[in-house]
Write a protein that binds this ligand. Structure first.
Ligand code: F0G
Length: 466
């Protein structure tokens, strides 16, 4: 049965009109975008579930904080407010602001990864792995096998397979592993959390080998929520306590403040080690900006600092995750194959199961994403072969086990009736896709992060894309 969710802990003060493009406009728009939903103009989109990154609605308190942003080039008061918020809620002493999450990943990867390095992680993320590879590292997926199975009900699909991590350390040697990269939650697995027990076990194993642990904290508050709800022994702890405890088990973190922190831009790298902080700051001034703004305006740092405080409030995180669960439950009720359990930021539909007749190299998820847009003007993201890119050694398309479209819910933006529009459209599109046997082919394929700028054409006329 579809669950209802608790009333939103806010009311709406400012509205932004949206409109439904006609079927003809949608057809023209998707052709012009080369069948890549990323290349659609936002004005041609009705429900924009491409990402929850930077698409948050800010609160009145955040907008008020924007007004007092200190735009000093050096020593901005807004930086010190941000630094204090990160220290208080995440607990790292050295806070290095960046323009967004990948800015932090770039700096961290340049500091620690060398040709021949091996970086284990609980599933790849696109930008994270790209920075690791650009610096000569090799990524190794050490997530539990359940994470690759859309139907598995494992409550912590973000957990690390400790035996796999141990085997890698034995094989390549601890010296070749600059750090273990741990994401909370795991985006590419569908927003699945890592348990505190798994993080503790990773900590214990890596400490024995002197290997640091770096957290991807983009959605760590959402992870803390799942720990509180699902993990034995944690129900009595606050979200803020759990978040802090997770960070305590790591040596540093990369943060995209465009997620949990309700901001539209911003990020940070935070570390415990003084030497690493010094190195990171000297790279920061080359690639991002001075160490007291790192690519953000003073007003952005204010919005992030205020957003961090709002993000750990129980009523906010409950409303956020419950909304995602509502959409997931509606699809489950209709028999749509979705990644289970429903994750923290998105509902992911198993495109390979929806379009079994479409070969992987004709991109079932990209095809389904374009079809969903044609049906209702809903934009989702592709998380399958296109996002996975090519293996740098063989040049072949990577075939991840999961071939998904991701319906990502921006925070505090859409209402339940919007989610019903989306659910009805997904159900219709899935029904229409049953007997389809062809998908898309590349017309233009960029060398890195190809999913952003690639262009496609239908392999054959007819089918799901008309
Ligand atoms: N890590 C994770 C887990 C992410 O989801 C993202 C961004 C980043 C790092 C990079 O942060 O965008 O601020 O540079 N994810 C967005 C998404 C793009 O749609 O999932 P960024």
């Amino acid at each position: 049965m579809t669950a209802s969710y608790a009333p939103e802990p806010y009311r709406i003060k400012v509205v932004e009109p949206i409109h439904v493009p006609t079927a003809e406009q949608r057809r023209e728009a998707i052709v012009e975008a080369g069948y890549n939903i990323t290349l659609l103009r936002a004005q041609d989109v009705y429900m924009d579930l491409y990402t929850d990154s930077g698409t948050n609605a800010m609160s009145d308190r955040q907008w008020a904080a924007v007004m007092v942003g200190d735009e000093a080039y050096a020593g901005s008061a807004s930086f010190y407010r941000l630094e204090a918020a990160v220290r208080k809620y995440y607990g790292y002493p050295h806070v290095i602001p960046t323009h967004q999450g990948r800015g932090a990943e770039n700096i961290l990867s340049r500091c620690l990864i060398r040709p021949g390095s091996h970086v284990p992680g609980n599933m790849y993320f696109t930008t994270t792995r790209t920075h690791q590879e650009l610096n000569g590292g090799t990524f190794h997926d050490v997530i539990v096998k359940e994470a690759h199975d859309a139907a598995s009900e494992h409550p912590f699909k973000g957990d690390v397979d400790l035996a796999a991590l141990e085997a890698l350390i034995r094989e390549v040697g601890a010296d070749a592993i600059p750090y273990v990269s741990v994401a909370a939650t795991v985006n590419m697995a569908g927003g699945q959390p890592i348990s505190m027990a798994s993080l503790e076990a990773v900590r214990e194993l890596t400490a024995r080998h002197g290997i640091p642990v770096m957290l991807d904290a983009a959605r760590a508050v959402e992870n803390a929520w799942f720990v509180q709800q699902r993990e034995p022994g944690w129900s009595g702890h606050s979200i803020a306590e759990i978040l802090h405890r997770m960070c305590d088990l790591t040596d540093g973190a990369c943060m995209s403040a465009k997620k949990d922190s309700y901001a539209n831009i911003g990020g940070w790298l935070a570390v415990r080690d003084q030497d690493l902080a010094d190195n990171a700051r000297s790279l920061l001034v080359v690639f991002e900006g001075l160490h007291t703004y790192g690519g953000m305006a003073g007003r952005d740092m204010e919005a992030v600092a205020q957003g961090i405080e709002e993000s750990v409030r129980e009523e906010n995180i409950r409303a956020r995750v419950d909304q995602v669960t509502y959409l997931g439950d509606r699809l489950l009720d209709a028999g749509v194959p979705v990644v289970r359990p429903i994750g923290g930021h998105a509902v992911c539909v198993d495109a390979a199961a929806v379009l079994p007749g479409v070969p992987r190299d004709e991109f079932p998820a990209q095809t389904l994403a374009a079809a969903l847009y044609l049906d209702s003007g809903t934009r989702c993201a592709e998380r399958g072969v296109v996002s996975a890119g090519r293996d740098p050694r063989t040049g072949a398309n990577r075939h991840p086990d999961l071939e998904l479209i991701r319906l990502t819910i921006p925070r505090r933006v859409y209402t339940r009736s919007h989610l019903d529009v989306v659910a009805d459209s997904v159900i219709r599109t899935v029904e229409a896709g049953r007997d389809v046997t062809s998908g898309l082919r590349f017309v233009h394929e960029p060398a890195t992060l190809r999913f952003f700028l690639a262009r496609f054409a239908p392999v054959r006329e007819g089918g799901l894309l008309g």
